[in-house]
Design a protein. Structure first.
Length: 341
């Protein structure tokens, strides 16, 4: 069915198609048994798929990466499609419009996307309001970042605000300092800046009744030396895991013509071309930490075999995003059945 619908959706600009899809998912809230019907058709459960990671019981290892349900508006409908967990955000303390449009592009020949959205979202208070209004029926991760207008030397305050306000409404947190679409954000991956952010968040967590795991989402464009520094920070700081990886600024190996790629301009690349970078990062982290650090693998999962490759490389859990857009709502079920077998 999705193979028939996708060409029509792909006639629309990516951001327009995204809004249309989310309106359709949102409408299911008002249709009797709408979400249950989704679950009936698309979910897949098996005891062998259950995972306990970072002290959390995941019904299956396949999650939705941050960036799709930015403002926490359709997490239950997305959960009904089979996802074991949904990551909302990135969320910032204050609302922000993001970068000028157009800012999202498809590279269909490469099964890829380029985006420079700029962490557009309605702010942490709006996210909390949505999570309070509709009780989550799926595990929720909170991906947090700083507002674009906040200077890097004060970034820790933004992370602190988003973390403290969202704490009671999500199951785990992700620190996003690796998005390439916000000016100078990736420089916060430096040891000094990152240590400051982590220290403030873990200090807040000490006084909370419930322990929420905190993960760091890293860039796929790190050098081995930078990767080693980050691994050391993660292992010594009290963080609970890592997400590998965010989007890449690289354009190597694309089938799409150079003129079209150049016309699109800056932005983070996701999809099939990212797979090998993500796999390499997962293997590297897994080996360096001797398997003692939980890894959520994301980037270039476009088939069930890609998903298995991530898990075999050392990922405890995986997330999809671009593959979900290209393969449709039945993609999660296909992955789960494949892994189960």
């Amino acid at each position: 069915m999705y193979k028939l619908i996708r060409p029509l959706l792909f006639l629309l600009p990516p951001e327009t198609a995204h809004k249309f899809t989310f309106k359709a998912l949102g409408a299911l809230k008002y249709i009797p048994f709408g979400t249950r019907l989704l679950k009936l058709f698309f979910s897949y459960d098996s005891p062998t798929l259950h995972r306990r990671v970072m002290g959390i019981d995941f019904p299956n290892p396949v999650g939705l990466a941050a960036g799709l349900d930015k403002n926490a508006t359709a997490y239950n409908q997305l959960g009904a499609l089979g996802f074991g967990f949904i990551e909302v955000g990135s969320v910032t303390p204050l609302p922000q419009p993001g970068n000028p449009k157009p800012r999202s592009f498809r590279l269909v020949k490469d099964k890829a996307l380029v985006n420079r959205m700029g962490i557009n979202n309605l702010g942490v208070k709006n996210t909390i309001s949505n999570l309070r209004k509709t009780k989550p029926g799926v595990l929720i991760g909170g991906n947090i970042s700083k507002n674009t207008t906040t200077p890097n030397d004060l970034a820790y305050k933004d992370f602190e605000k988003a973390f403290a306000q969202l704490y009671d409404y999500v199951d785990y947190f992700v620190i996003n300092v690796s998005c390439p679409n916000v000016k100078d954000l990736r420089s916060l991956q430096s040891v000094s800046d990152l240590t400051q952010i982590i220290r403030h968040l873990t200090d807040i967590r000490r006084y909370c009744d419930v322990y929420r795991p905190i993960l760091l989402k890293i860039s796929p464009d790190l050098t081995p030396a930078m990767m080693d520094e980050l691994i050391e920070v993660i292992m010594l700081s009290g963080l609970d895991g890592v997400i590998a990886c965010n989007t890449t600024t690289s354009r190597e190996g694309l089938v799409t013509g150079k003129n079209k790629v150049k016309a699109i301009g800056d932005g983070g690349l996701s999809g099939a071309p990212l797979k090998e970078k993500a796999l390499a990062a997962i293997r590297y982290i897994h080996e360096k930490t001797e398997g003692n650090l939980p890894i959520i693998g994301v980037g270039g999962i476009m088939s069930p075999q890609d998903a298995k490759d991530m898990l075999d490389a050392g990922a405890s859990l995986i997330q999809i995003y671009t593959g979900f857009i290209y393969e449709g709502p039945g993609f999660v079920r296909k992955i789960l059945k494949y892994i189960d077998k």
